[in-house]
Design a protein around this ligand. Structure first.
Ligand SMILES: [Zn+2]
Length: 306
């Protein structure tokens, strides 16, 4: 197995089963927050960043006790999520390109990764154990535990630093639930759900004060137009406390995430959302399509400029 990015891209182009790198590459879409929009229906990441990230993970995989590569089981297997990837890898379609510094991936591939990620959580990790890793018999967890074990093993922390400051700030300002406006804060809502966005969703800029009822109603659905309008209202309404909240959030962000870049990334995700259910705020869920997603993008664009 080669470690070069050129080989990685060649493998993906030729649609061969290159299990480990392939999985890592897909996983990087949601586990590595350095993928950014290039502004041309593509995402891009620095070559040095992706190479370093992969090498680091592979080194850890090889060194962690009770895990090892299963080099004998790398034969291609039917992919239950084949059609999106097949469409994205149709000969003649440019799915990836690079220049001196960057690797670019088409939004078709990115869209595929969005669908792939829940299944990675639900059962692809088990396939990983069949094909890539040998799991010791001491493992007794379920699929979800498998994912969290792998994340722990790879050092992909949910939150790198001061997450406890968020609830104390919200309580000190007596901020109510952003969605129903009446219940007090009991839970932190991840606007872009953690299991859809991975580590990228685990910063204050993606968090809002919520009550238990609203947070449970929303679950891991995308936030719909009605919901985003409530968020915009909160952010801009002095009586709701949003403007000072926004100012505080900006002081909490790590250097590689800005308020604007975060919401541009959120907007990019909504641009590739197809027909899907979205949570409209205060208990309503509706079906959104691309046209409605575009309306959401307009709200997010306004928020990004706050
Ligand atoms: Zn509420």
């Amino acid at each position: 197995m080669s470690h070069t990015v050129a080989d990685l891209l060649r493998w993906i182009h030729s649609n061969q089963d290159q299990a480990l790198y392939y999985r890592l590459f897909n996983a990087s879409f949601y586990l590595n927050h350095n993928w950014i929009s290039s502004g041309k229906n593509e995402y891009k990441i620095k070559k040095t960043e992706l190479r370093g990230w992969m090498r680091k993970l592979i080194t850890r995989l090889q060194s962690v006790q009770s895990w090892s590569f299963n080099l004998r089981q790398t034969a291609p297997q039917p992919d239950p999520l084949g059609p999106p990837l097949k469409r994205a890898t149709t000969p003649g379609m440019e799915i990836a390109r690079d220049d001196k510094t960057w690797i670019y991936i088409s939004d078709a591939i990115f869209e595929y990764s969005k669908r792939h990620e829940p299944s990675l959580k639900a059962f692809d990790m088990i396939r990983m154990t069949d094909r890539i890793l040998t799991w010791t018999t001491s493992f007794t967890g379920n699929y979800a535990d498998a994912k969290s074990d792998i994340e722990k093993m790879l050092g992909i922390e949910k939150r790198p630093s001061n997450y406890r400051q968020f609830p104390s700030y919200v309580r000190s300002k007596s901020l109510n639930c952003v969605y129903c406006k009446t219940n007090s804060f009991t839970q932190t809502d991840h606007v872009m759900a953690w299991d859809r966005w991975g580590k990228r969703g685990h910063y204050e800029v993606n968090w809002l004060p919520s009550c238990r009822t609203c947070n449970n109603n929303k679950s891991n659905e995308f936030l719909g137009l009605g919901g985003w309008e409530l968020v915009e209202e909160f952010y801009t309404d002095v009586t709701l406390g949003g403007p000072t909240f926004v100012a505080w959030i900006k002081t909490q962000l790590p250097s590689h995430i800005t308020w604007n870049s975060h919401f541009q990334k959120v907007k990019m995700d909504y641009q590739i959302v197809g027909i899907t259910h979205m949570w409209e705020g205060v208990g309503n869920i509706s079906l959104h399509n691309k046209a409605k997603s575009q309306q959401v993008c307009n709200v997010i664009e306004r928020i990004s400029r706050l």
